[in-house]
Design a protein around this ligand. Structure first.
Ligand SMILES: Cc1ncc(COP(=O)(O)O)c(C=O)c1O
Length: 445
């Protein structure tokens, strides 16, 4: 059967089984713009959003009492599993002893030391979101290089950072569809090249006006697009030669291991940004500097003068609660042992999906980076973000998400991504394999 025939059946089932969510969605239309507290929450596949009641480990329950295995995990912010015990304990202990003071705590030193050990960059600062960490890293790169532009790869995502909502249209830089209220034309701030295209990278850096390249070490926000052999070497060599700083955003690619892709594959970024799961879902982010960049920054930036209006930092950034949560999460939740288990589960998930695709002869494929697995509805592995984007099929995406949701599985709303947490079990993975195979059988019947 085709998707067009199957989708109405799934939409119907969703509506029938979620009367309380529907009731709340109708009430939310009153006080909340577009009926949701944050615009992305409209992106779920049913006729209205599912309202959550409670979550623990790799599972959550909705307000209608249905239980789900959560492979979305807050699009990585809850990669630790929901409410991990060590993080909750640290939060409870710290919350009673102060939440935010604008004074440093000892935890900030411990976390800086631990991030240095994991990622290899010696000096750190903290923010509340990965978006902010990226914004601050870009500002510092501009300040250091005195260059106006940044370079990103086509179909990247780095949070709500103005400069990054650029894409290529017939080879020219343009604003990405849906970009809300861009402050200036994107070609004034940004150069864009395709991922894995070292030649285009060289050409664009040669303009001499690029302060930094901001990139994930593998694209993860348009499906997973891995670097080809040699691409990272070419990127590092070209950025060094053109005196452009390299910022590696590990916010999603922390899925590759305890020190992210950077540690797993020996990258040498000038700056590194990370947010989302480092504090178990409590808002916290960090950005780190190589010794050379740190020394240049300390020379360039006054330690005290006008530090509060420099465009970097924030009243509640590096608050003691976030840092207590970060310390507990790094020390006791996102450990080396946890990653070994999570990655093995990722392999199991990948094998299950690959097997179902093959058995049902579907023109799809599955990719994995550590404990993150993604399926794309096209036969070939994408080489660039554009390849991956052209493989998107909105209707099929919606069907698969809804089909899974109706059978107790949550995937990320944006693409077909599944993430393993320390609390995920083999049985959780096998449930997905079974449901995915069932969907594949219905589609190929
Ligand atoms: C690679 C990457 N960087 C940064 C961000 C921004 O994270 P946040 O929305 O928590 O600021 C995201 C969010 O999806 C991301 O995928």
């Amino acid at each position: 059967m085709n998707v067009g025939e199957l989708l109405p059946r799934e939409l119907d089932r969703f509506e029938r089984e979620h009367p309380r969510s529907r009731e709340l969605a109708e009430r939310a239309e009153g006080p909340l713009l577009s009926g949701v507290p944050m615009p992305w929450m409209i992106r779920w596949p049913g006729a209205f959003p599912l309202f959550a009641a409670e979550a623990e480990g790799a599972r959550f329950r909705d307000v209608d009492g249905h239980e789900y295995v959560d492979f979305c995990l807050g699009d990585t912010a809850a990669m630790t599993g929901h409410s991990p015990e060590p993080t909750v304990r640290a939060l409870a202990e710290q919350a009673g002893r102060g939440i935010t003071l604008m004074l440093p705590s000892e935890d900030s030193i411990w976390v800086g030391e631990e991030l240095a050990r994991r990622f290899g960059l010696p000096r750190w600062q903290f923010a509340l979101t990965a978006t902010d960490a990226n914004r601050f890293a870009i500002r510092l790169a501009r300040e250091l290089t005195k260059r106006p532009r940044i370079l990103v790869f086509n179909w990247c995502y780095h949070g709500s950072v103005d400069e990054t909502f650029a894409t290529l249209e017939n080879g020219a830089v343009a604003s990405r569809e849906g970009n809300v209220g861009p402050p200036v034309a994107l070609d004034e701030t940004t150069r864009v090249v395709e991922w894995n295209d070292a030649e285009a990278l060289e050409r664009e850096l040669a303009h001499g006006d690029v302060a930094c390249v901001l990139t994930e070490p593998a694209l993860t926000n348009v499906g997973i697009v891995l670097p080809e052999p040699g691409f990272h070497d070419a990127l590092r060599e070209a950025t060094r030669r053109h005196e452009t700083l390299l910022i590696i955003d590990e916010t999603h690619t922390i899925c590759a291991g305890p020190g992210g892709y950077t540690a797993a594959y020996g990258l040498e970024p000038d700056l590194l940004t990370i947010g989302k799961p480092i504090a178990g879902g409590v808002p916290a982010a960090a950005y780190g500097f190589s010794a050379e960049v740190a020394a240049l920054l300390e020379e360039l930036l006054p330690r005290d003068e006008k530090a509060d209006v420099g465009g970097i930092g924030g009243t509640v950034a590096a608050n003691v609660l976030s840092l207590a949560a970060t310390r507990a999460t790094l020390a006791e939740v996102l450990t080396d042992e946890a990653f070994a288990r999570m990655i093995a589960l990722g392999e199991r998930f990948e094998e299950g999906v690959a097997d179902a695709i093959e058995r049902h002869g579907l023109p799809w494929h599955v990719t994995r980076l550590g404990c993150r697995v993604e399926y794309l509805f096209r036969p070939e592995w994408p080489r660039t973000g554009s390849d991956a984007a052209s493989g998107a099929d909105a209707e099929l995406d919606r069907f698969i998400h809804l089909y899974a949701l109706n059978r107790g599985i949550l995937l990320t709303p944006f693409h077909n991504m599944a993430l393993m947490s320390p609390a995920t079990t083999e049985a959780d993975v096998d449930l997905h394999t079974e449901v995915f195979a069932q969907a594949a059988a219905e589609l190929s019947a």
